[in-house]
Design a protein around this ligand. Structure first.
Ligand code: NAP
Length: 296
């Protein structure tokens, strides 16, 4: 029987997931379809119930439904519970299981694209929204020692810092030190940058062509890892990082690996990441030439 999968969001027409997952199903020779379904937030519950009745086996969940989907699930994995957002729903024996693969996608992307080993390291995280939350959780799990959080709206940064210290996984019992640092805007935060092992952009600056970089990298050390969650293009931040000798990558690999982890949960077999990467690259090229770039 044809396996039914998809992504729900509002809007969702722009999503690159159908291209990536269609390629995966083809590569695995699975008889299946993966489609984008626009679901206004008010209709989330009835639409998901209807999709379950129609035999859908798995769904990705994107903006603005990730937090709401948490309340639909019969069971949650530890990442979804801790982060407070579901990006993957698995339907098994009539039950709705909620997962968050964003944090794992970010962790894998960082390692595969930049070779980062951040155990005991110092990281500057820009942003304090949903993506920053998943990144902070992953960074704590990777054994980062010090996390500096910088965000335009300081109370959001403070709330993220309190949450991550409380909720994040600890490595070898080590406690994460989390510090909210003043928002520097375009001014240099040279003191911090000189000490940082990695700089992560989890703000939405860079989504639109012509967006400025969220920070100037003056003072950054050569070899510092710079990862920009923006996947739409090579951002001003990534360009500057490369000019300064940093190991930099865009968020396309995070998109890839969060999708690969979702597929693993639905099909219970290893995802074909090569085919998925290729399809994503093509789709990104279609949207903005120069789309998918890696650090190494
Ligand atoms: P969000 O919850 O709306 O948070 C947006 C963040 O960006 C906030 O910290 C916000 O600061 C900051 N921001 C927005 N405009 C800004 C500006 N003009 N100057 C400085 N800071 C600004 O969004 P999100 O879900 O966290 O997503 C953030 C970005 O990550 C999006 O661009 C999304 O595409 C990307 N993302 C990528 C992946 C991937 O797989 N690669 C996955 C998830 C998200 P304030 O708190 O001050 O408003």
């Amino acid at each position: 029987m044809t396996r039914l999968l998809g992504v729900i969001g509002h809007p969702v027409a722009h999503s690159l997931s159908p291209a990536m997952h269609a390629a995966a199903l083809r590569a695995l020779r699975v008889d299946g379809v993966y489609t984008a379904i626009d679901v206004p937030p008010a209709f989330l519950r009835p639409v998901v119930r209807a999709l379950m009745l129609a035999g859908v086996e798995g769904l990705n969940v994107t903006v603005p439904l990730k937090e709401r989907a948490l309340h639909l699930a019969d069971q949650l994995d530890p990442a979804a519970r801790a982060i407070g957002a579901v990006n993957t729903l698995v339907i098994r024996r009539g039950k709705l299981l909620g997962y968050n693969t964003d944090a794992e996608g970010f962790r894998r992307a960082l390692i595969e694209d930049t070779g980062a080993d951040l155990r005991g390291g110092r990281v500057l995280l820009l942003g304090a929204g949903g993506a920053a939350r998943a990144a902070a959780w992953a960074l704590a799990g990777m054994g980062v020692q010090t996390l500096w959080i910088m965000n335009r709206t300081r109370p959001r940064a403070q709330s993220l810092a309190r949450w991550v210290v409380r909720a994040a996984p600890r490595r070898a019992g080590r406690r994460l030190e989390c510090v909210v640092v003043p928002y520097a805007g375009r001014r240099a935060a040279a003191g911090l940058l000189a000490q940082a092992d990695a700089v992560i952009n989890a703000t939405s600056l860079g989504m639109r062509a012509g967006d400025p970089s969220p920070i100037r990298l003056k003072g950054v050390r050569r070899g510092t890892v710079v990862y920009d969650l923006i996947y739409h293009r090579e951002t001003a931040l990534v360009r500057e990082a490369r000019r300064r000798g940093c190991v930099a990558a865009t968020g396309a690999s995070m998109l890839l690996y969060q999708g690969a982890e979702s597929l693993r949960l639905w099909l219970r077999r290893p995802p074909p990441t090569g085919a998925m990467r290729h399809a994503l690259q093509q789709a990104l090229w279609g949207q903005a030439p120069g789309g998918m770039t890696t650090g190494r």
